[in-house]
Design a protein around this ligand. Structure first.
Ligand code: SAM
Length: 296
């Protein structure tokens, strides 16, 4: 399939297969930060494209090829955050730790929604590996991602070793369990995609592990959350995505185009945003009452 590229000075969208794009379009040692959120091989439906390989080995062999390439594309001081389903993460971990330093094994925790498991423990988290090429040389802007240190702040702990005694620092670097709400239908940021990641999750990652002007790459962009947040935070972005419908979301979210193949790009209107039938009926009723109702 032919690859298409849309770009302005700081942002690039590549419509095509991520392996092809990584081989042909991304120079080695050129990317500061990667966020990688591939298909999980659990049977989700990406616009008709099934996220299920014939065997686990087929899935893993496909993943190993692009993971290997992604590592080559990272700068020597670059960082990579990578996700997959809980059942495949151990394989990713073993493959990656032979090639990079895994500094944190993160858990993105969320309150469960939708169908609740009845006969086993429901799924409440997704794993993320935070890896760097060189553990002695990488970006980590701790001050930009501080969170409230709940124990110190809540219990109003005082450090009496200091003179005069001082309240314990009330901010800390987040631990490795991150709680962010999943993107739900009614949220402003919602786009029509089954596994859209929250803006807040990408904000923490991009603020911590890149600087203004750095290049952030996402080889499975989906709704282009990574590129969108990178843009908001003054970073450059490269996003790769196979599906045309999702590329259209990216073009709109990044402001790279207002039209695609003659179609005006606009956000899909959600059911609760459509005018209600009731309103139409009450308008009619009102027109009838005040004598302005006209039948053509
Ligand atoms: C888990 S989703 C990514 C969601 C994204 N992080 C977001 O916030 O919206 C994976 C995406 O990879 C895309 N994809 C699957 N196979 C691909 C391939 N070979 N090359 C490029 N993109 C692919 C799918 O269409 C899907 O949108």
């Amino acid at each position: 399939m032919a690859m298409e590229i849309f770009e302005n000075k700081n942002h690039k969208i590549i419509k095509g297969d991520s392996l092809d794009a990584l081989y042909d379009n991304i120079p080695d040692n050129s990317v500061d930060l990667m966020f990688i959120d591939p298909p999980y091989n659990i049977g989700k439906n990406f616009n008709g494209l099934k996220d299920k390989w014939a065997t686990d080995e087929d899935y893993l062999n496909w993943c190993y090829e692009w993971i290997y390439l992604c590592i080559k594309k990272l700068k020597p001081n670059g960082s990579m955050y990578i996700m997959t389903s809980t059942q495949f993460m151990p394989y990713f971990d073993i493959f990656i730790r032979k090639r990079m330093s895994i500094l944190s094994r993160l858990v993105w925790y969320y309150d469960s929604s939708g169908v609740q498991a009845k006969n086993y423990y429901g799924s409440m988290y997704e794993p993320i590996l935070f890896c760097v090429k060189d553990p002695n040389n990488y970006t980590f802007n701790a001050d930009d991602i501080l969170v409230e240190a709940k124990t110190g702040a809540k219990r109003k702990l005082i450090d009496y070793r200091k003179n005069p005694p001082q309240v314990y620092s009330s901010e800390k670097i987040p631990g490795n369990v991150w709680e962010f709400a999943r993107v739900r239908y009614r949220m402003d940021e919602y786009e029509n995609h089954p596994t859209q990641k929250p803006i807040a999750l990408l904000e923490r990652i991009i603020k911590a592990s890149s600087n203004v002007g750095d290049t952030v790459l996402d080889p499975f962009s989906g709704t282009f959350t990574t590129s969108f947040v990178a843009q908001q935070l003054g970073r450059k972005s490269i996003g790769i995505e196979l599906q045309e419908d999702y590329v259209k979301i990216g073009l709109r979210r990044l402001g790279l185009a207002t039209e695609y193949k003659g179609e005006k790009l606009q956000k899909e209107i959600r059911s609760f945003e459509k005018p209600k039938k009731q309103n139409i009926m009450s308008n009619l009723f009102e027109e009838e009452l005040n004598g302005t109702l006209v039948y053509a």
